[in-house]
Write a protein that binds this ligand. Structure first.
Ligand SMILES: [Cu+2]
Length: 157
């Protein structure tokens, strides 16, 4: 009993980055969340589980979004594979977010969005998704005024 407690303490003391290496188990409590990059609308948090979404090669990340979070129509230069861990995510195809369309994805659901495919997403509950694919992960909005990097350009200077 005592030995288990000590082992747990040691595991918690190791920096999170150590668990980002291959072959290391990562419990949800160990995942370190931080604000999503400026290419995503504010309010989401991400954690990288494997690889580096910013460079070439495979990556796995999770994104945590509040209820009512919207990602306007966009494309990615590589396939995007989305697994819903928890919550309710809606994904639609097309060049404009339409909450009357799309599929509803709940815990365990999966969608593959092919590269350059126009799509959009929104949540109706606090939602955690896991995204994997080949980096670099990029997001290009169909309508430039939807791009939070443009909307916030003044504030970010
Ligand atoms: Cu997408």
């Amino acid at each position: 009993m005592k030995k288990t407690a000590i082992a747990t303490l040691i595991l918690l003391a190791v920096p999170a980055a150590a668990f980002a290496m291959d072959n290391s188990a990562m419990q949800p409590k160990m995942m370190k969340w931080s604000a999503a990059p400026p290419g995503l609308p504010p309010g989401a948090q991400i954690t990288v589980l494997a690889g580096d979404p910013g460079s070439n090669g495979p990556y796995v990340l999770r994104a945590k979004m509040p209820a009512g979070y919207k990602i306007p129509a966009h494309t990615h230069p590589t396939d995007e594979n989305v697994t819903v861990i928890s919550g309710t995510l809606h994904v639609g195809m097309g060049d404009r977010l339409d909450p009357k369309k799309g599929d509803t994805l709940r815990d365990g659901a999966f969608v593959n969005v092919g590269k350059d495919m126009q799509h959009y997403a929104w949540t109706t509950a606090p939602t955690i998704i896991q995204v994997h694919g080949l980096g670099p992960f990029e997001i290009n909005y169909v309508n430039p005024t939807d791009d939070p990097r443009n909307a916030n350009a003044e504030q970010r200077k």
